[in-house]
Design a protein around this ligand. Structure first.
Ligand code: TYD
Ligand code: MG
Length: 472
């Protein structure tokens, strides 16, 4: 017989503890344990015989019909449209625009279907109907066939959806406000979030509608409540962006029906989210030519090439420990690039304050940005601009060698499309070399970081240090 017991559940990772403690043993989070009543099943299977039939891989399966939304940027991230019977989780900071995005996606559903209206339901647990209507008015989608409800009880919601004439597309905003009345825990706790999501996902699979859950993100960047939520859904999308910028980026971090790493770029306007079909032009929009400390990186986000400007500032340090401030890139990688510049190329930069910024509020995680970061740093240090109309990409190894990166030709093509005339790239071999001529750019291949350092005169090129034995 299952019994109710008190357990202390970590609100961050979902681990259950028998006793309260200040720290969760499973994830190391402090002050995350909350008392909840859970149903503990008896150990073992109780002797009942289960049944399971195996089948082969090759068998009949239903063909997946994807539903396109009216927002191509959204469809790109979801892997080419929404799959019926699937569950998506959209996470993001409060106020970033999740509710706006999903209301727009719900309203635009029918356009993607060539006029065949899809039935969409938008269930808000956070805002009143008036608030949602006001937003719809602002977005100019008052007439869209979206059914609106304000509810937080999963029992009510399930009752309304567990019917043959249920909507095809259901938005729950947000899963943290939903609760099941069988559980004693408060809404937003791990037990509630998990149970509510499980119930709704089960229903979506059984009834074949697409379920979109909104999830809040904690200070640490995790979807608030349990990590388990990410395992339960088919697709996890993060909606991110810098507060001060109008750009918003939708990123797939898990997708059972398509590739991840794909991003969709939106701009928050006074009439809602507008799609940005050519992000490179936007990210480079405010660029001023021929200033020192800036380099244009030709990156790849998902399958799409994207040019962004990397800005660096190098200043004398007023303190013993120099300052490092990085926005939009990994601080550890910056430390590595600085160390390679210092130890392998004899550039004295480590003792100075360094500020690095990826313009436009984009976050880059590609190692291919190393060389562009190095170019921006060297340019800032020497007060000499990077050569005009030049893009840079390449990974830097610890010995200072420049390593190849993927999709070099796509990067070069995008650069050519936006009017760039030159590129500094890693040495290309084999097939990449054969295709090199296509882009029409003046391509300069460098195999060691020293070749880039040599390009900048002035303080960037310091005499080799006495201890420069590490220099190859
Ligand atoms: P919202 O969708 O409520 O964010 P979330 O659901 O992620 O908490 O959007 C919040 C912000 O978006 C709000 O600060 C105002 C801004 N906004 C606009 O700039 N233009 C618009 O048309 C709308 C609807 C919102
Ligand atoms: Mg909201």
């Amino acid at each position: 017989m299952a019994r109710d017991q008190t357990r202390y559940i970590c609100q961050q990772c979902g681990a259950a503890h028998a006793k309260w403690g200040g720290k969760c043993d499973a994830c190391g989070g402090w002050n995350t344990l909350v008392e909840e009543v859970v149903r503990v099943a008896p150990k073992g299977l109780g002797g009942t015989k289960g049944r399971l039939a195996f089948v082969g891989l090759a068998g009949a399966h239903e063909t997946m019909v994807r539903r396109l939304s009216g927002l191509p940027e959204f469809d790109r991230v979801s892997g080419g449209g929404l799959v019926p019977g699937s569950a998506l989780l959209v996470g993001g900071d409060p106020g970033i625009g999740k509710s706006t995005l999903l209301l727009q996606v719900a309203a635009d559903q029918q356009r993607g279907q060539g006029g065949a209206a899809l039935d969409c339901a938008y269930i808000s647990g956070e805002e009143s109907l008036d608030q949602v209507r006001l937003r719809a008015q602002r977005l100019g989608i008052m007439t869209a066939p979206v059914q609106l409800a304000a509810a937080t009880s999963v029992r009510d919601i399930a009752g309304a959806l567990d019917r043959a004439d249920r909507p095809d597309f259901v938005v729950i905003d947000s899963i943290q406000t939903m609760y099941l009345d069988q559980l004693d825990s408060a809404p937003g706790t791990v037990a509630q979030v998990r149970a509510a999501a499980q119930e709704l996902i089960k229903l979506a699979k059984a009834r074949g509608f697409t379920l979109m859950l909104v999830g809040h993100v904690t200070k640490d960047g995790l979807i608030a409540g349990p990590r388990v939520l990410e395992h339960m859904v088919d697709t996890v999308l993060y909606f991110e962006g810098e507060r001060g910028h109008q750009f918003r980026i939708l990123r797939a971090v898990k997708n059972r029906f398509g590739p991840t790493d794909e991003i969709g770029v939106f701009e928050m306007t006074d009439a809602g989210l507008a799609e940005v079909p050519n992000p490179s032009a936007l990210f480079l929009g405010d660029r001023t030519d021929q200033v020192s400390g800036a380099a244009v990186f030709a990156g790849i986000e998902g399958t799409r090439p994207m040019l962004v400007e990397i800005q660096a500032l190098v200043a004398p340090s007023a303190y013993g420990t120099p300052r490092r401030a990085v926005v939009g890139w990994d601080g550890n990688r910056l430390a590595m690039v600085l160390a390679v510049l210092e130890a392998r190329c004899g550039v004295e930069i480590g003792a100075r304050d360094i500020y690095l910024n990826v313009a436009g509020g984009l976050r880059i995680s590609e190692p291919a940005a190393d060389l562009a970061v190095a170019a921006a740093l060297l340019s800032a240090l020497s007060f000499e601009p990077v050569p005009a109309e030049t893009v840079v990409f390449g990974e830097i190894g610890l010995s200072g060698e420049i390593r190849q990166v993927g999709q070099a030709d796509a990067r070069l093509k995008e650069a050519a499309k936006l009017g760039f005339t030159a590129a500094i790239v890693p040495p290309r071999r084999g097939r990449a070399k054969e295709r090199a001529g296509d882009s029409g750019l003046a391509v300069r291949e460098i195999s060691h970081l020293k070749e880039l350092v040599a390009q900048f005169e002035g303080p960037a090129r310091q005499p080799q240090r006495a201890s420069g034995g590490a220099r190859p």
